[in-house]
Design a protein. Structure first.
Ligand SMILES: [Zn+2]
Length: 95
């Protein structure tokens, strides 16, 4: 298997785009939920297309099923003691 390594500058541009989309998603979350979800969807698409992983800090910030950005209001936080991690549960789709 050969690994296509992208130049660093390109990865930076893609990552920046993803971060911008997440910011937009955050802005529209209250005003227009549908649009907000679209932004998350789009950023995931960009990442997939470029075979890049979403930045770590963003990865856990949205629901992988319905693409909604997680906030304190729409999630239930649960501590999983077995793996010592906080698990987010989406209130919207119960995922
Ligand atoms: Zn969800």
């Amino acid at each position: 298997m050969t690994e296509n390594k992208k130049p660093e500058w390109l990865e930076k541009i893609i990552e920046e785009r993803i971060i911008i989309l997440f910011k937009l998603a955050n802005e529209f979350l209250d005003k227009n939920e549908k649009r907000s979800k679209r932004y998350i969807q789009l950023s995931r698409k960009i990442a997939t297309r470029h075979r890049m992983k979403l930045p770590k800090k963003l990865k856990r910030n949205f629901c992988k099923k319905c693409n909604i950005l997680f906030t304190d209001k729409n999630t239930i936080k649960r501590k999983n003691n077995q793996i010592n991690k906080i698990i987010f549960k989406c209130k919207k789709c119960d995922y």
